[in-house]
Design a binder for this molecule. Structure first.
Ligand code: IMP
Length: 432
């Protein structure tokens, strides 16, 4: 069973990049199946910190092939600059090592401008998007008027389609937002140049993955964002526009249902969220600042894509149980355990209470109406020891081990690994 799936169980930023990096050591292919450059995956190897938005972080390993599946929306400018950034650090990025699905959709400056214009008019209903054009690109996809990577293979037709798209965007900008038009000619020549640079990378990645899986190659499907931002199962409307959940892997990579070895949920030891939307265990004041960090370190709680400070709170066990159910999680990787060191006590939300005092282990309508619940906390003793140099389960403080076991009990999923720092080696295997 060569397919493993890694999915974020919260609102993104669970530390998936470094877990992908770890799991890639045993993978032949790492494939992204959703989202675009709204994602931000940080991986620290030695002195180097990589911040990747599109290319699967597995590419850092010399033996791994990276795939961008059909479920993605791709900004070619970001992709090309990421390819160049990786090459500058000595990582080979060639058509042999990176494959892009012909059926993935393109993000244009039109989508980005519309994303920002829409947000500016939403007032209290603001989603707090990353402003990367994700929503408008997926809107065009489901409206059946999107531009796809395959269009880049026929330049005259591509130019024609791109012009039509830009004319439509300019009409919307003028009519709905009273904004100046985007310059059609310069965008077209820029995108034709991107097409020339990307053509060699565009293939049928679904067919390639099908062969690889039948040959027994190890494939890791890498989710972007977190499942609470899923368009169908997330905290709608404060969500992204793609299927983030593990089940999105099959449609987002263009493969049939096949056996899956593990569905691994990346879970931060506390909760965080960027953008708007309900957050039952949210903290403010000193404790929030303590969990967020100052922003001085690349792994502090500031958005990799936007630089925005993340909202933070205690771990929400109710949402974790929900993530188990929707994704069929088999294992968890608990990240950022080191950040909890030094706290006198640590809270974990185990249930919700509504305004009538009724308690829910799982709310009746999934995660709708999250703003109507108050968290019910279990209070666990903290630990004072620094965990960053611990590598063995037995060397973890007793209260750290109890915290991990409590997370297993609350979520109903075993924890396979706990991370105690941003470096590749800073992990502790958790015995069953
Ligand atoms: P969009 O994906 O840019 O449309 O943003 C929709 C919502 O998802 C906003 O709340 C964003 O902050 C959030 N979001 C999108 N991508 C990420 C991510 O990779 N990590 C965390 N939040 C994200």
């Amino acid at each position: 069973m060569p397919l493993k799936i890694l999915v974020g169980t919260q609102w993104g930023d669970e530390g998936k990049g470094r877990i992908v990096d770890l799991l890639s050591a045993q993978s032949d292919i790492v494939a992204r199946y959703n989202g675009g450059d709204n994602a931000g995956h940080t991986v620290t190897v030695g002195d180097h910190t990589f911040k990747l938005h599109l290319i699967p972080s597995g590419i850092i390993h010399p033996h791994t092939m990276g795939i961008l599946g059909n479920g993605l929306v791709i900004n070619p400018k970001s992709l090309i600059s990421e390819m160049e950034m990786l090459r500058e650090t000595g990582i080979e990025v060639s058509p042999d090592r990176l494959k892009i699905s012909f059926a993935a959709h393109l993000i244009t400056p039109g989508h980005i401008t519309l994303d920002r214009a829409r947000e500016a008019t939403l007032g209290k209903g603001l989603i707090g998007t990353t402003g990367r054009g994700i929503g408008p690109a997926y809107t065009d996809k489901v409206s059946r008027k999107g531009l796809r990577l395959v269009d880049m293979l026929d330049l005259p037709l591509f130019e024609e389609k791109l012009r039509l798209h830009l004319q439509k965007v300019n009409y919307d900008l003028a009519f709905y937002y009273q904004m100046a038009p985007l310059p059609e000619d310069s965008i077209v020549s820029e995108y034709v140049e991107y097409a020339r640079q990307l053509q060699e990378y565009i293939v049928d990645t679904g067919a390639l993955l099908d062969i690889a899986l039948h040959e027994g190659k190890l494939v890791l499907a890498e989710g972007a964002q977190g499942m609470l931002l899923d368009i169908d199962h997330g905290s709608y409307p404060f969500v992204t526009s793609s299927n983030v959940t593990a089940t999105g892997v099959f449609s987002g990579l263009g493969i049939g249902i096949c056996p899956v070895e593990n569905v691994i949920g990346a879970t931060k030891a506390f909760q965080s969220r960027v953008g708007a939307g309900p957050f039952p265990t949210e903290l403010d004041g000193e404790m929030a600042e303590r969990l967020r960090g100052t922003g001085a370190k690349p792994w502090d709680e500031f958005g990799t894509t936007t630089g925005r400070p993340r909202r933070v709170g205690w771990l929400d066990g109710v949402l974790l149980r929900y993530a188990r159910r929707i994704n069929g999680l088999t294992d968890l990787v608990l990240t950022k355990m080191d950040v909890l060191s030094g706290l006198p006590e640590i809270k974990v939300c185990t249930a919700y209470k509504d305004k009538n005092g009724e308690t829910f282990a799982v709310p009746p309508l999934g995660i709708n109406h999250l703003d109507q619940y108050k968290p019910v906390f279990e209070i666990l003793p903290g630990w004072q020891e620094d965990l960053t140099s611990v590598r063995n389960w037995d060397d973890l403080p007793e209260n750290t081990r109890s915290y991990i076991r409590f997370v297993e009990q609350t979520s109903g999923v075993r924890v396979m690994l706990a991370s105690v720092g941003p470096e590749r080696s800073q992990v502790v295997e958790v015995p069953a």
